[in-house]
Design a protein around this ligand. Structure first.
Ligand code: HEC
Ligand code: HEC
Length: 292
C-alpha cells in the first residue's frame, strides 16, 4: 500500500488529467458551418481546419467515461479499493481455492491408499510423478537417479530407511546427515588405510595389507555409525559401505576426501510446501521407482 500522500498524489493526478482531456477535447473543437482554413498555404495547397468527425469525438468521450467507470469499480485511484472489491490477491486466492476443491476428492482418495495400492494406482503414480518433477527433480534428477551428493532413488540402497513411513518422514521433515571429518584424528596414512579398507568392503580392487591396517582403525573410529560389518545405520543416515552404491564416489581419492573432510548432505523438509496427502503420494511414487 502507498502512503496516503502518494495515494492523494495519484488520485489528484489521475482525476485532473481526465478532466483536462475532456476540456481539451471540447475547448478546441471547431464546429460545422462553412469550411475554414488555417491560413497556411504551400505550393498552392491550403491547410483546412475542418471540425473533427462526430464519431471520433464520441469515441474519445466513451474512453474517458470508461476510464471513470473503471476507476470507480476497480482499484486504480491511489489506495481506493473500488466498489467491486477486486484485488489480485483475492483473485489468486479464489483460483487456489477452486483448484483445491477440484482436486480434494482425488487427494482424499489417494491419501488413504496403502503403499502397495498407491504403486498399483495409475493416477497416484501420475500425480506422484508430477509432484516429483516440480519439487524434487532439481536435486534428484528427472529420472530420480541423483548425482554427486544427491542420492539415486531408483537404486536398492535406502540411506534413511526403506520402509514407506521412513521415506514419508524423509520428505516431510527433511534429513541432515553428519559425517564428521576424520583427517586430524587419522593422519594422511590412516586416511589412506581406512579408505582402502572401505573399498575392500565394497568388493573394489585394493591392496590387502593396507586394507588390513585400515580395518583396525575402522573398528575404532567408524563402527559407531557404519556398523561392524560396514552396512550402515538408517537411524543416522550412515550409508551402507558394502554395496558399491556411492553418494560421493568410490575412487580412493574420493573416499579419502570424504573421510578426511567429512560430509553433511542435507535434504530439505517439505512439510510447509506439500500437504500430508501429497507427501503420502510422493512416498508411494518414490518407492515405486526402486520396487520396479
Ligand atoms: C557420526 C557417525 C559417523 C561416523 C563415526 C563415521 N561416519 Fe561415515 N558417514 C556418516 C554419515 C551420516 C554419512 C553420510 C553423509 C552424507 O550423506 O552427506 C557418511 C558417509 C560416509 C562415506 C560416503 C559414502 C558414500 O556413499 O559416498 C564414507 C566413505 C564414510 N562415511 C566412511 C567413514 C569412515 C571410513 C569412517 C571412520 C573413519 C566414518 N565414515 C565414520 C556417519 C559417520
Ligand atoms: C535441495 C536438494 C533436494 C531437494 C529439492 C530434494 N532432495 Fe531429497 N535429498 C537430498 C539430499 C542431499 C539427500 C541426501 C541426504 C544425505 O546426505 O543423507 C536427499 C535424500 C532423499 C531421500 C532419502 C534417500 C535414501 O536413500 O534414504 C529421499 C527418499 C528423498 N530425498 C526424496 C525427495 C523427494 C520426494 C523430494 C521432493 C519432494 C526431494 N527429495 C527433494 C536433496 C534434495
Amino acid at each position: 500500500m502507498m502512503s496516503s500522500a502518494w495515494s492523494w498524489f495519484v488520485i489528484i493526478g489521475t482525476v485532473v488529467s481526465l478532466v483536462a482531456m475532456l476540456w481539451l477535447l471540447f475547448a478546441n473543437r471547431t464546429t460545422g458551418g462553412e469550411e475554414k482554413t488555417t491560413g497556411h498555404t504551400w505550393d498552392g495547397i491550403e491547410e483546412l481546419d475542418s471540425p473533427l468527425p462526430m464519431w471520433w469525438v464520441w469515441g474519445f468521450v466513451i474512453t474517458i467515461v470508461f476510464a471513470a467507470i473503471y476507476l470507480v469499480y476497480y482499484p486504480g485511484l491511489g489506495n481506493v479499493e473500488g466498489v467491486g472489491n477486486w484485488s489480485s490477491q483475492g483473485q489468486h486466492d479464489a483460483e487456489i481455492a477452486a483448484h483445491e476443491d477440484r482436486f480434494a476428492p482425488l487427494y482424499d482418495r489417494l491419501g488413504a491408499l496403502s503403499e502397495a495400492e498407491l504403486i498399483a494406482d495409475r493416477s497416484a503414480m501420475q500425480v506422484g510423478r508430477r509432484l516429483f518433477l516440480n519439487n524434487c527433480a532439481t536435486c534428484h534428477g528427472i529420472g530420480a537417479t541423483g548425482s554427486f551428493g544427491f542420492p539415486d532413488l531408483t537404486d536398492a540402497e535406502w540411506i534413511w530407511g526403506d520402509d514407506f513411513n521412513a521415506v514419508k518422514a524423509t520428505i516431510m521433515n527433511g534429513r541432515q546427515a553428519v559425517m564428521a571429518p576424520w583427517g586430524a584424528a587419522l593422519g594422511d596414512q590412516g586416511v589412506t588405510e581406512v579408505a582402502t579398507y572401505v573399498r575392500s568392503l565394497a568388493g573394489l580392487e585394493h591392496d590387502a595389507d593396507v586394507a588390513e591396517a585400515g580395518k583396525a582403525r575402522f573398528n575404532i573410529f567408524c563402527v559407531a555409525c557404519h556398523g561392524a560389518d560396514g552396512k550402515g545405520n538408517p537411524m543416522l543416515g550412515a550409508p551402507n559401505l558394502t554395496n558399491d552404491l556411492w553418494l560421493y564416489g568410490s575412487s580412493i581419492e574420493e573416499i579419502s576426501f570424504t573421510v578426511r573432510n567429512g560430509r553433511s548432505g542435507y535434504m530439505p523438509a517439505f512439510n510447509d510446501l506439500l500437504s500430508e496427502q501429497q507427501v503420502h503420494i510422493l512416498a508411494g511414487y518414490v518407492r515405486s521407482l526402486s520396487a520396479e
